[in-house]
Design a protein around this ligand. Structure first.
Ligand code: ADP
Ligand code: MG
Ligand code: ZN
Length: 496
């Protein structure tokens, strides 16, 4: 009997909400830049008698995310205390939501492996607080062989939305698509910066494999799932899942069994290792938090948030495809962040043809940003100026080579479009005489082709195009196609 092994994946993602202050106290949420233990107070340090006050902005952001995921949002859900002991958790419990989450039963569409959109169910979305951070270090500051641990509570109490997916994800690639779709959504909604490398979005992946009969499809065995932790990039989510699926499959193939466990992804070695088994699973003793009342989400609040929602990324993508005739792939690149999509649209609005503007933004602009390691907000060329430059190309007033030179001057020297164009000349310093000389030398060097054209044997105009191409080359790409065609036409007329 032949067998097939089908992966089943569900993701639990913690998204740090973009609030100024923590979930239950006025302390700043800045835990990356600040000195350790400076953004703390009796509430987030869990000192006896300190009472939490719920941050309304955090609730609002969580509701926004829930709306973007088409969840059902519930009024009056409560907070629980999830108990465990660890040095980064001063209260010895984390405030989270347990059996009644703020929102549930949502969905997010991703590009599925079959090539069409695939619905991924959202099980739940709830609010919770983050823990502090431990820094392990040896006496001389090295991490290796650390003998000392320092606790920094700046992160303790920072608001998180935990978003749990249904086990609808069918491959590591789909998992990556899901994470990137969710990241794009929270960025559009202004809910979070979504930066995985800064820990604003943390992914835990649950994965199991189902073994079935390849011919009948009959399910023979459902493996227990492993939960994988410690993946810090889209790439590592995909790699960790690929590794783990291979491992589970190999275990089943060799007659072994799989147990529920938590595994740690080691990015350097590219393997997952067991952290704890089901037996060692923690019993959190969740209890309702008596210090916090139910979360109120009134009709008015929901209406106000709903009417403030921006155009969703998938709506913008569809509009780009429809209005600007972009391919799906190109539109997806341009709508990746709202700022990039804005940049592109401003470029088009200042007169550039949508297709050429798309090419320039996706290649030239993104290349510059990549090289400099900056976001589109810091692009040295304003979108309106790029739009005007692209229209020079659209209207045949500059060749591609010259336009790229102008763009290069704007990027490297910080020149305006006008200054850069003056510097290059729209024709790249190519005079009419230069162009005529170039045309003449090409025609002189190709008497056979010229004879064929003159003899009326160039029915499809291919030979003429060939000649124009040579002239273009002769000017080192500085002439515009229109100018080359004109000069060749005049020469040919003169010869008749
Ligand atoms: P827990 O409460 O133990 O974390 P949940 O039922 O909340 O368990 O599920 C956690 C995650 O595990 C969810 O993302 C869910 O989609 C995923 N999951 C559930 N069953 C499976 C399975 N058989 N294989 C892979 N993932 C699964
Ligand atoms: Mg869980
Ligand atoms: Zn505090």
């Amino acid at each position: 009997m032949r067998h097939v092994y089908t992966p089943v994946i569900g993701l639990e993602i913690h998204v740090q909400l973009a609030t100024e202050s923590k979930l239950f106290c006025p302390c700043s949420t800045d835990y990356i830049g600040a000195e350790p233990n400076t953004n703390v107070c009796p509430v987030c340090l869990g000192l006896p008698g300190a009472l939490p006050t719920l941050n309304a902005r955090a609730v609002e952001l969580a509701v926004r995310a829930a709306m973007g995921l088409s969840c059902e949002i519930h009024d009056g859900t409560i907070f629980h205390r999830k108990h465990y002991f660890y040095a980064d958790l001063p209260k010895a419990y984390q405030v989270s939501q347990y059996d009644r989450p703020l929102a549930d039963r949502g969905e997010l569409y991703i590009s599925g492996d079959g090539g069409s959109p695939k619905r991924i169910g959202i099980t739940r979305l709830h609010l919770e607080e983050d823990a502090g951070k431990l820094v392990h270090s040896a006496a001389d500051g090295r991490l290796e062989g650390a003998r000392e641990s320092y606790a920094d509570f700046n992160r303790g109490g920072v608001p998180l939305a935990e978003i749990v997916s249904d086990p609808d994800i069918g491959s590591p690639r789909e998992a990556r698509e899901y994470v990137s779709a969710l990241r794009r959504l929270v960025r559009y909604l202004g809910v979070s910066d979504g930066d995985m490398d800064r820990g604003s979005m943390r992914v835990d992946a649950n994965v199991s494999v189902v073994k079935s009969n390849a011919d009948t499809g009959e399910i023979l065995y459902r493996g227990d799932r492993a939960e994988i932790k410690n993946m810090n990039s889209l790439r590592s989510v995909e790699r960790a899942l690929e590794y783990e699926i291979r491992r589970q499959r190999a275990t089943l193939e060799s007659g072994g069994t799989l147990e529920r466990e938590t595994r740690h992804w080691n990015d350097g070695e590219g393997v997952t290792t067991s952290m704890r088994s089901k037996e060692a699973a923690l019993d959190y003793r969740c209890l309702p938090d008596p210090d916090l009342g139910p979360i109120e989400v009134s009709r008015e609040m929901l209406d106000a948030i709903r009417s403030s929602l921006p155009e969703m990324p998938w709506e913008r993508e569809a509009r780009f495809i429809g209005d600007y005739s972009l391919s799906e792939v190109d539109a997806a690149v341009l709508v990746e962040t709202p700022a990039l999509a804005d940049y592109y649209e401003r470029c088009v609005r200042s007169g550039a043809s949508p297709l050429r503007a798309s090419n320039w933004v996706r290649t030239e602009v993104l290349r510059v940003l990549n090289e400099r390691g900056v976001g589109i907000e810091e692009c040295p060329v304003r979108p309106e100026e790029l739009g005007l430059l692209v229209s020079m190309l659209d209207e045949g007033r500059a060749s591609t080579t010259v336009a790229k030179e102008i763009f290069g001057l704007m990027v490297d020297r910080g020149l305006s479009l006008q200054e850069a164009t003056d510097r290059c000349g729209a024709h790249g310093g190519l005079s009419q005489e230069d162009l005529e000389l170039a045309a003449k030398s090409v025609l002189d060097a190709n008497p056979d082709v010229l004879a064929e054209i003159m003899g009326g044997r160039d029915l499809k105009g291919k030979k003429r195009k060939f000649i124009c191409g040579l002239v273009m080359k002769e000017t080192r790409g500085r002439a515009t196609p229109g100018a080359v065609e004109d000069v060749i036409a005049r020469f040919l007329e003169g010869m008749e």
